[in-house]
Design a protein around this ligand. Structure first.
Ligand SMILES: NC(=O)c1ccc[n+]([C@@H]2O[C@H](COP(=O)([O-])OP(=O)(O)OC[C@H]3O[C@@H](n4cnc5c(N)ncnc54)[C@H](OP(=O)(O)O)[C@@H]3O)[C@@H](O)[C@H]2O)c1
Length: 334
């Protein structure tokens, strides 16, 4: 791998794409050259990187000549069509969509958990689902210590998880409601302002949503734990940025709050914020724009054997997307 790689960002104008640029710059990723790609709608638009205005170009099949690393965040159908083209052109694709996550030929990586899997790539590496990534930042260290059997969880997912248009939808609806007007809907099937929607992604035959099953399916692959079970309810909440997850986890080995806290304090990329007497627990408002996730509300689960309940919160545009992708890029350069 070129030590000063030519990096392309596909979907550069989107909610994740913009964070990719910021993260590459903030982490001093040794970008030799940067190519910004999006739809024809954005051609000619300029985005700032290291003080320079760079033009956005239209994504085409010959856009990847000379590119070493392509960070894709333009949706699953774009990844399906263009990621193999980019890989054939010789670059390593780091894909944010769900298109390749469960493909046996594609590693699915959280660098704090399974960095070694990066080496197994055949041109495409997948970034995990955002809710799964944030949950595993706390669950995996506990798994290493106590061996997790199963979890029950509910998510509280920010609108930015749906992209730039959903951020605008919440802002617009908030203003409409405050003005006493009827809230107009474009992105979600129901009003999201002053509401919560127990519906993220499409419904499967068994009643779960696709998003809900990602926790078990992707969790098994990332943790190398094929028996891991997860029953999840995913909920969209009127929060701009950062997802939170309430988790009840059952382990093979006995777990106490103190032993769990010791494990979590040492976990990379994770802060323990757990002083309920001082009203201190992780809050999405304060996790926005933070690289680390935060865990708190630790307590022995009163309804599970060897159970622990906790609350984890993290910026899904970062740890659930842009930061994790750039960290995978950093692994590639090691
Ligand atoms: N948002 C999150 O928290 C999050 C977390 C993890 C993974 N992801 C994944 O990341 C991807 C992007 O999400 P997002 O939230 O950033 O969405 P978004 O804000 O809607 O951005 C979509 C991006 O894709 C580009 N795009 C759309 N159609 C295109 C086309 N035909 N050709 C080239 N580019 C095209 C858009 O360009 P234009 O501006 O030109 O339309 C824009 O740059 C999705 O696969 C999503 O599942 C998102």
């Amino acid at each position: 791998m070129n030590r000063s790689p030519h990096v392309a960002v596909v979907g550069a104008t989107g909610a994740v794409g913009v964070e990719m640029l910021k993260t590459l710059e903030k982490r001093n990723f040794p970008v030799g050259k940067l190519t910004l790609l999006a739809s024809a709608r954005s051609a000619g638009k300029k985005l700032k990187f290291r003080g320079e205005e760079l033009p956005v170009q239209t994504l085409t099949k010959d856009a990847f000549a000379g590119v070493d690393i392509a960070l894709f965040s333009a949706g699953g159908s774009i990844s399906k069509e263009f990621a193999p083209v980019a890989a054939r052109a010789g670059c390593v694709v780091i894909d944010n969509s769900s298109a390749y996550r469960m493909d046996d030929q594609v590693p699915l990586v959280i660098p704090e958990i399974n960095p070694g899997d990066v080496r197994l790539h055949k041109g495409i590496i997948a970034n995990p689902n955002c809710t799964t990534a944030i949950t595993l930042m706390a669950l995996y260290p506990l798994h290493q210590a106590f061996n997790v059997k199963r979890i029950f969880a509910s998510s509280y997912q920010a609108v930015s998880g749906t992209g730039a248009k959903a951020i605008e939808e919440l802002r617009r609806q908030m203003e409409q409601v405050v003005r006493g007007e009827k809230a107009t809907k474009e992105v979600y099937p129901h009003q999201i302002a002053f509401n919560v929607l127990p519906h993220v992604d499409s419904f499967l035959q068994d009643g779960y949503t696709k998003e809900e099953m990602k926790m078990q399916n992707e969790g098994r692959k990332i943790m190398h734990h094929p028996k891991f079970r997860a029953s999840v309810t995913c909920v969209r909440v009127p929060v701009y940025r950062a997802h939170s997850v309430a988790v009840n986890a059952e382990f093979e080995r006995p777990v106490t709050v103190d032993s769990a806290r010791q494990v979590l304090k040492k976990a990379p990329g994770l802060q323990v914020v757990d002083e309920p007497a001082k009203n201190e627990y992780p809050l999405p408002l304060y996790q926005a724009e933070q690289y680390d996730c935060a865990v708190g509300r630790l307590r022995s689960d009163c309804a599970l054997d060897n159970g622990l309940a906790f609350w984890v919160s993290g910026d899904q545009l970062l740890k659930g997307a842009a930061l994790n992708a750039v960290q995978i890029g950093e692994e590639l350069l090691k």
